[in-house]
Design a protein around this ligand. Structure first.
Ligand SMILES: *[C@@H]1O[C@H](CO)[C@@H](O)[C@H](O)[C@H]1NC(C)=O
Ligand SMILES: *[C@@H]1O[C@H](CO)[C@@H](O)[C@H](O)[C@H]1NC(C)=O
Ligand SMILES: *[C@@H]1O[C@H](CO)[C@@H](O)[C@H](O)[C@H]1NC(C)=O
Ligand SMILES: *[C@@H]1O[C@H](CO)[C@@H](O)[C@H](O)[C@H]1NC(C)=O
Ligand SMILES: *[C@@H]1O[C@H](CO)[C@@H](O)[C@H](O)[C@H]1NC(C)=O
Length: 345
C-alpha cells in the first residue's frame, strides 16, 4: 500500500514538475522542427569546472521511440590540453540553459539528420523523442575522476561517465513508454554512445536499444593512455579490456536483436590530430575497424564510409559512399531492419 502511494505521489510530482507529462499529448499537429527543445538542470551532474549541468529534451506526442544524442567536442587530459590548447569544449565554462539555447539548439535545428525532426527529409527518427546530452567534461563521456593537474590552478572534474548514467536514468523515469532507443553521438559523443550503451540497456530493460556511433575510432592504445579519466568501459564478453575498438562489435555480439552502426569519412580530418598521426596513416585504421565491425558474427553491425574528407557523417544527410549509397537511405535500412542493409564502402 505504502509503495503504491509513493508511486502515485511520484507520478503526481512528475506530472506537476515535468513539462513532459503536463504537455498536451493530443496535439493535432506535429510539433514544429526545433520548437520543442527544453532544458532541464539535473542534480548530480557536473561539468569539468565543477558546476552542475543537465540535458535537453524534445518530446514527440505519444512517441515510443527515444533518441539519446551524446554531444562531441574534442578531449583533454592535462593542464596543457585542457587550459592552454583548450582541445575540449566547455571545460572552463560549464554548460547550462544559456549555452543550450545559444549553442545547441541552433545546431540541432540545422541538417543533423539524427538530431533533427525534419519531416521533409526521410529521417526515420522524425517521430521520436530526442534527448541532448551536453559535453563539458573533456573525457569522451568516459570519465569518473577528479584531477588537480600540475600547472592548472583549478580542479578538473572528468565526470562524463557519471553524467551519462545520471541523465539516462532520469530519461528512463520521464519516458517510461519508450520501447525503442537509439544511442548515438558524434566524435567524442560517438565514443560516449559506445561506452554508455550497456548502461542505457540497464535503464531501459524492456526496450530494444540500437547504437549508431559517428566518427569514433581509436588508434590502438589511445584510451589506455588516458588513466587520468579513470575511464569506465563496457564489460561485455568480447570487449577487450581498454581497447575501445573492440566494444561496438562486442556489444553487437552480445545483443543480436539490436542493430549497430559505425560511420566515418574515408579521410577523417579531426581524429588524427588527437592521435598525432597523419590523415593518410589513419585511413587504414578506419578500414581495419570497419572490417572488424562488418565481420561481427551476429551480422547486426555495419558501417557507412562517406567518400571524401571531413569529420562527422550524420550532419550530411545526402553524403554518399564510394559504392553509391546515400547516408539517409542507409539509415532508413538500419532503422527498418531491412535485410538488404549492409556496409557501404
Ligand atoms: C528540412 O529539410 C528540408 C530539405 O532538406 C530543408 O529545406 C529545410 O530547411 C529543413 N528544415 C529545417 C527547419 O531545417
Ligand atoms: C589562475 O587563475 C586565475 C584566475 O582564475 C588566472 O587569472 C590565472 O591566469 C591562472 N594562472 C594560470 C597559471 O593558469
Ligand atoms: C607527434 O609526433 C611527432 C613525430 O611523428 C613527434 O615529433 C612529436 O613530438 C609528437 N607530438 C606529440 C605532442 O606527441
Ligand atoms: C581489427 O581486429 C584485429 C584482430 O582482432 C586487431 O588486431 C586490429 O587491431 C583491429 N583493428 C582496429 C583498427 O582496431
Ligand atoms: C542540408 O540539406 C539541404 C537540403 O536538403 C541539402 O541541399 C544540403 O546538402 C544539406 N547539407 C548537408 C551538409 O548535408
Amino acid at each position: 500500500m505504502k509503495s503504491v502511494a509513493i508511486a502515485f505521489l511520484t507520478s503526481l510530482w512528475l506530472s506537476i514538475l515535468s513539462p513532459t507529462f503536463s504537455a498536451p499529448t493530443l496535439e493535432a499537429s506535429h510539433p514544429k522542427v526545433g520548437s520543442t527543445w527544453k532544458w532541464y538542470q539535473l542534480k548530480g551532474t557536473k561539468c569539468a569546472d565543477g558546476s552542475e549541468t543537465g540535458f535537453g529534451l524534445s518530446t514527440y506526442p505519444n512517441a515510443k521511440e527515444t533518441v539519446l544524442f551524446f554531444e562531441g567536442g574534442g578531449a583533454c587530459w592535462d593542464a596543457n590540453t585542457c587550459y592552454k590548447l583548450m582541445t575540449a569544449s566547455f571545460v572552463t565554462t560549464g554548460f547550462k540553459k544559456e549555452l543550450f539555447e545559444s549553442f545547441a539548439v541552433p545546431t540541432l535545428t540545422t541538417n543533423r539528420t539524427i538530431t533533427l525532426r525534419n519531416e521533409t527529409v526521410a529521417n526515420p527518427y522524425r517521430k521520436a523523442n530526442y534527448v541532448y546530452i551536453p559535453y563539458c567534461t573533456g573525457d569522451i563521456h568516459a570519465g569518473d575522476s577528479v584531477q588537480n593537474y600540475p600547472g592548472a590552478n583549478r580542479t578538473t572534474y572528468h565526470h562524463g561517465f557519471l553524467n551519462g548514467i545520471r541523465i539516462t536514468s532520469e530519461i528512463a523515469k520521464r519516458l517510461p513508454d519508450t520501447k525503442r532507443v537509439l544511442v548515438t553521438g558524434e566524435s567524442a559523443g560517438g565514443f560516449g554512445a559506445v561506452l554508455q550503451y550497456p548502461h542505457v540497456q540497464k535503464r531501459f530493460p524492456h526496450a530494444r536499444i540500437d547504437l549508431l556511433s559517428d566518427s569514433a575510432i581509436e588508434t590502438v592504445g589511445f584510451l589506455d593512455s588516458k588513466p587520468q579519466w579513470h575511464p569506465v568501459v563496457p564489460k561485455c564478453k568480447e570487449c577487450n579490456g581498454i581497447e575501445f575498438n573492440s566494444y561496438l562489435p562486442g556489444e553487437a555480439l552480445a545483443t543480436p536483436k539490436s542493430r549497430f552502426g559505425a560511420l566515418a569519412w574515408k579521410t577523417d580530418t579531426v581524429l588524427p590530430l588527437f592521435y598525432n598521426v597523419t590523415d593518410a596513416s589513419f585511413a587504414p585504421v578506419i578500414t581495419s575497424y570497419f572490417q572488424n565491425v562488418t565481420q561481427t558474427k551476429t551480422d547486426n553491425a555495419k558501417t557507412f564510409r562517406a567518400d571524401g574528407s571531413s569529420h562527422v557523417v550524420g550532419e550530411h544527410t545526402y553524403a554518399k559512399s564510394s559504392d553509391g549509397m546515400v547516408y539517409v537511405d542507409w539509415l532508413n535500412k538500419f532503422h527498418s531492419d531491412d535485410p538488404s542493409w549492409t556496409s557501404a564502402l
